[in-house]
Design a protein around this ligand. Structure first.
Ligand code: NTF
Length: 839
């Protein structure tokens, strides 16, 4: 059989293989075949979901050939490989993305149309794998797309949570959480690989024993053992043959444990063991930017890290590579501190299981790991009590003590006995109870440490990791985040993608810097008209989604002002709401006021235990209720909270935005990535000098960005001189009115208690300085409204935003990781490769 051309047209059904061909007729035949042989249905009985599954298998067949070839080449060449360790991968639906990356979206659309099916409806049937909370997990997903598109050998390692991030419903204005049963109807994208299962130990004790050479070694006698079963998902690059692997681990009880209890006649005990083992990968912890010192969470972290490292060792042995070359074979990236225990685990594997000496083992370990920090918020810095740690990972604690002892010796050598410094650098926190500090373990065990935007990387060196920076400055670097234009433009905003391609060709999809070429059209009336038309169609689409999901009717010609992200005090959704109330009051005071009509759209989940965040959702809903029902307001202002924000629901949102809200307190948002998705799709940003906003503003030009608010230095200085929020409140009648209304029950049917905790917080401590930033924000929003009225000006600014966002492609970020940190090179894959690959 002749191999079909990857990007070929319909090469004719005679020579097309039903499992690889991409002609419309072949696709139709393969689809109907899968409907019958996989789903066991005739069209007459098939549900929409059956059709989705049949299509997913049709697409999967076309991935498999590339996947197998990719593995074969990597094995043959013994390629240096990136192992991206992340407790979260927020992949979003696979089908649409795979159609784009295979380059068969149009053929499949046509095939479905000819079968009287609507591709959009089938795409909507996919349950998204919500295996992440927010920015950190989605970044991992964008990076896998770029790694494959750049043909970099990669394994993504993580956890196959049975329940991902909860589904959010809004009941009477409050968030209610529902379990996310994403696996309910099966997952066509994964393949279980039980033959590569590994055992992971927990608890128990350590003992010394003599090895064959008569040397003392440590043996870990665990209290329990859990099996890790890998489930693989192919990650296809954009218009290349590279299909990398996302390998997620599921916990199961080992057979032997069941048997022991069973033989003792303890049937229920045996089943119990099974249940507790499987609980390990049951559910994703839904906290964003905080951690809970929960035993199960540490178990999850150790579980997937141990599975991953054992898997890498298996690959090395299989490829007959000596373990001394571990760091040459693998560049392992720690996505935040969640996988930081890998530092101690690799040491344990090399020392205890492979009987290596400390010094070479430590050298290999440090050369292997890179550590990315994603937050400065103190409540997110993971630490585990010694009690918990020693009961779960007794051997790792011994190793960490040894690492610490040797490290602090070096510190003494360099700085003398500065006990304050030593206490601050120690891997063990002894301030208030005893804890293992995971960020310190990650820093000491890695050769590179990076932040995720320029400001964030600078702040890391000046604050959170200052002592480490002083000790090994050469380890520190920055890699500003990026997002994939495949999902966030081509798939989400096909009309805009087509317009751009019709003007400058399609090279921008792989090289986003090329999108700059549309600048020459920024003033072209024809191009502007089409640009505006597309934005309007995208807004009409979101208007219908809003009507459908919330019952609120919005005007597509109003300014769509959007804030979508996790709900957090530092992100200041409540500052945005203060603006809404201010606009509302202005209209009420002057019913004929000629203001720029606006639709304020919010979406995002709150951590289930984060009371103030949930109260902010309630406040948004309550203000919406009053504003939307007031006949005096009409179409001039609408406020909507769209429930259940996730990757799937977000895709239509970014393309429909006129204004992107990026209003965090300066110094708090490490980078942000939503800011990038909006600007790429032609939204203008209103934002503070925080995270990647600063770099976005530099790229698009200060004149095309609405800047307001305190800087990081201002925030620090104000704190030092004594910040008195109530003074801003007293001095500002508009602000006072808005706060007083919230406090007096104006938005809560007279209930004064409801929002009291929020009001008290704002007037007393106001930890995120809303009061100080209020007036500058309102003034800046006024400028936004003015500018929006100058349609030509706005359009030009919008076009320039898209044109100048090239830097924020995740391809650029991944190239930087490859050059600065991982030292890995592309390994192109040919379709007709050898058929000898393994994982
Ligand atoms: C997040 N951190 C940051 O808050 C975002 O600013 C950033 O864009 C993303 O990471 C990706 O780098 C986290 O989610 C966490 F968990 F580290 F707090």
């Amino acid at each position: 059989i002749q191999e079909p051309q990857l990007q070929g047209q319909d090469v004719g059904m005679q020579c097309e293989d039903d499992r690889t061909g991409i002609g419309v007729e072949t696709l139709k035949r393969a689809f109907l075949d899968n409907l019958f042989y996989v789903q066991g249905k005739f069209p007459a009985l098939a549900t929409k979901h059956d059709y989705y599954m049949a299509l997913a298998y049709t697409v999967r067949d076309r991935l498999l050939q590339r996947w197998v070839n990719t593995a074969a080449i990597y094995t043959q060449e013994g390629s240096r490989t990136v192992a991206y360790l992340s407790a979260e991968f927020l992949m979003g639906p696979h089908l649409g993305n795979n159609l784009i990356n295979l380059g068969i979206y149009n053929q499949v659309q046509q095939a479905m149309t000819e079968l009287k099916l609507d591709l959009k409806e089938l795409l909507a049937k996919e349950e998204e794998p919500g295996l992440g909370n927010g920015g950190l997990g989605r970044l991992a997903a964008c990076y896998l797309d770029s790694l494959a598109s750049l043909e970099i050998p990669t394994l993504g390692y993580g956890i196959r949570y049975e329940f991902g991030i909860f589904d959010q419903i809004i009941r009477n204005g409050w968030q209610v959480e529902k379990t996310d049963k994403w696996l309910r109807y099966g997952n066509p994208w994964e393949i279980a690989r039980p033959e590569w299962a590994v055992s992971v130990k927990f608890g128990g004790r350590t003992e010394a024993h003599k090895n064959a050479q008569g040397r003392y070694q440590v043996r870990w006698v665990p209290h329990k053992v859990v099996l890790g079963i890998p489930y693989d998902t192919p990650i296809l690059g954009y218009k290349v043959n590279t299909a990398n692997t996302l390998r997620l681990w599921k916990a199961e009880a080992p057979e032997s444990f069941d048997f022991e209890a069973f033989n003792r006649g303890n049937y229920y005990g045996a089943v119990d063991q099974k249940v507790t083992s499987e609980n390990l990968t049951k559910v994703l912890y839904p906290n964003d930017e905080t951690y809970e010192g929960k035993q199960l969470r540490l178990e999850q972290q150790y579980f997937f890290v141990s599975c991953a490292l054992q898997d890498m060792l298996r690959i090395m042995l299989r490829q007959k590579l000596p373990l001394e070359q571990f760091h040459e074979k693998f560049a392992v990236q720690l996505n935040d501190t969640h996988p930081a225990i890998a530092v101690a685990e690799l040491m344990r594997l090399l020392l205890d299981e492979h009987e290596m000496d400390w010094e070479p083992a430590w050298e290999i370990t440090q050369k292997t790991f890179g550590y990315t920090n994603h937050t400065l918020l103190p409540e997110a810095l993971e630490k585990w009590s010694l009690k918990l740690f020693s009961s779960l990972l007794p051997r790792h604690l011994e190793i960490i003590y040894e690492i610490n002892w040797r490290f602090l010796e070096q510190v003494r050598h360099k700085f003398g006995t500065d006990e304050g410094r030593i206490g601050r650098l120690s891997l063990i926190d002894e301030n208030d109870g005893k804890f293992v500090r995971m960020a310190h373990l990650a820093c000491v065990g890695s050769h590179r440490i990076n932040g995720v935007a320029e400001l964030h990387s600078e702040l890391l060196k000046k604050t959170t990791l200052l002592d480490f920076y002083e000790f090994f400055p050469e380890k520190f670097t920055n890699v500003t985040n990026g997002v994939t234009p495949r999902r966030w433009i081509v798939l989400s905003n096909p009309k805009l993608a087509n317009l751009i391609t019709s003007c400058i060709g399609d090279s921008w999809i792989k090289h986003l810097e090329d999108v700059q070429q549309i600048e020459t059209f920024a003033q072209d009336p024809g191009f502007q008209k089409e640009w505006q038309q597309i934005k309007r169609e995208n807004k009409v689409n979101v208007a219908s989604i809003l009507l459908d999901r919330t019952g609120v009717k919005v005007d597509p010609d109003s300014l769509f002002d959007i804030q979508v992200k996790r709900i957090h005090q530092y992100k200041r959704q409540h500052l945005n709401i203060l603006h809404a109330i201010t606009l509302y009051n202005q209209i009420k005071q002057n019913p004929n006021l000629d203001i720029t009509p606006r639709t304020l759209i919010f979406a995002g989940k709150a951590a289930p235990g984060y009371y103030i965040a949930k109260l902010i959702i309630k406040l948004i809903d309550s203000v919406a209720d009053v504003v939307n029902k007031d006949p005096d307001i009409g179409d001039r202002l609408k406020v909507v909270f769209l429930p259940d924000y996730n990757v799937k629901n977000s895709q239509p949102i970014y393309p429909a935005a006129d204004l992107s809200e990026q209003i965090s307190t300066a110094g708090k948002e490490a980078s942000g990535t939503g800011n990038m998705k909006f600007a790429m799709n032609g939204a203008l940003t209103i934002g503070t000098l925080d995270g990647a906003n600063i770099e976005i503003r530099n790229a698009v030009g200060a004149e095309n960005f609405f800047l307001f608010g305190l800087t990081t230095e201002d925030v620090g200085a104000l704190r030092l001189t004594g910040y008195r929020p109530w003074e801003y409140y007293e001095a500002n009648p508009q602000l006072k009115q808005a706060i007083d209304q919230i406090a007096s029950g104006y938005f809560s049917h007279g209930d004064r208690r409801l929002f009291k905790p929020l009001v008290d917080l704002l007037l007393d401590k106001d930890p995120f300085m809303l009061m100080a930033d209020y007036q500058p924000y309102i003034d800046c929003q006024q400028q936004v409204s003015q500018t929006y009225r100058d349609r030509d000006r706005w359009l030009q600014m919008s076009i320039l935003n898209t044109a100048r966002m090239g830097k924020f492609s995740s391809d650029r970020a991944i190239r930087e990781y490859c050059q600065q940190i991982w030292k890995v090179k592309p390994v192109p894959v040919q379709l007709a490769a050898a058929k000898t690959g393994d994982g």
